[in-house]
Design a protein around this ligand. Sequence first.
Ligand code: MLT
Ligand code: ZN
Length: 477
Amino acid sequence: MLVPAPDVPLPTAAAIERAKRELDRRLGPSKVAVAADTCALYALDESDVAGRMPDVVVLAESTADVAIALEVADACDVPITPRAAGTGRTGGAVPVAGGIVLATHKLTRVKDIDRRDLLAVVEPGVVTGELQALCEKEGLFYPPDPNSLDSCMLGGNIAENAGGPRAFKYGVTSAYVLGLEACLVGGRVLRTGKRTVKGVTGYDVTSLLVGSEGTLAVFTEATLRLLRAPQEVATVLALFDDVHACAKGVSAVIDAGLVPRCLELLDAATLDAVRAQGVAVDARAHAMLLVEIDGDAEAIHPALERLGNALAECAGVVDIVVAQDEAQRSRLWAARKVLSRATRKLAKHKLSEDVVVPRSRVPELLLRTDRIGDETGVRHLAYGHAGDGNLHVNFLWDDDSERAAVDRAIELLMRATIDLGGTLSGEHGIGVTKQQFLPLEQSAELIDLQRDLKRVFDPKELLNPGKIFPNRSHRAC
Ligand code: MLT
Ligand code: ZN
């Protein structure tokens, strides 16, 4: 059952026809698709948001193509929705007003990997995992690692300010974007930011654009900061008899003075989903912490020992496993990486939220989630980046008649998150699915200021309309 598209102004038939003609004339038919079956491929993303079928899809191959599409959209008054791989979870790439979809997945060049200045210059259609592999060959490291890294693209990562398990130590995408080439509605091309590590000239427009969910500009190039690859990485798995003990284990690791690069928690229902994938997990385990540390060879062994001691002292630990080699490490991670898909198999429908609370309040968030499950009768599970306080609470249901209870469960989760001092989204963005909850976290003044900013970039509200901000008729729920 799809989430209905928000109410947004639709283009007129005459405007669409004009835009199609103009795009065809300026870009040529190989870059402009109007066939229904092609357009249908660009109507959805990995959320459950119902889009409107786009009227035309631009398959851009260069900055000039992107700029032309944005110029035509403006001249013809037709909404335009940018899209890279379409792996988003909140409807960010879904064209809720139809019109033009501007696809950037064909801009796939890695233009530079600079070992001396530690940076890469990339186009938006580069798959995140491919950049990481190229960096690795050079002894370099691009840390952001959304779990969809084998298919998601850097353009989308930047638009959503994607995170991933390694954010605990290394931060999210914004920590790595030094500069952007960005095209605005109307066709202006801007370069923001710098190629240097430091730089405070003018407003930090780069930071404003990162995470703007495709509502302010379309990226055609990004300059990304790289690190030297850590010499060693060690992965440890701690199994617990109970999720609450496991959540306390997160603090135990941090209190031991360790800065793991990942601190991931899986609850009992999630572990069952992992078992259902054929991965053997000790039957005594009802929760799991996946911890990874990295660093220089001489630092890693003492850190590993401290980690082992801290975990061994935790109440409720049933086993601690240290990966012995690279093959075992990737087996441990393989189970984590497929979670989103594995949990999808537990029910006909699933929604994965990405709320964040202050790390010390993760145990409370888990308790509140259980209470929400009891109150609404909705099946749920939780896993995710517990070190960041960022949990993927998943709600599962089989029958459409349960949808109202699921909506109630989501609302209660959002309220509980804000109550605990948290934030609605740690990595998936607001998009369509969470816009009605934005007023729970942000004041009307702050939302209005952001709407004003949007109008500076896009006065006619043509670029990715219907995203982030609640419909004006929507009051705080
Ligand atoms: C993850 O951490 O696996 C991804 O953010 C996707 C999700 O599970 O919601
Ligand atoms: Zn995640």
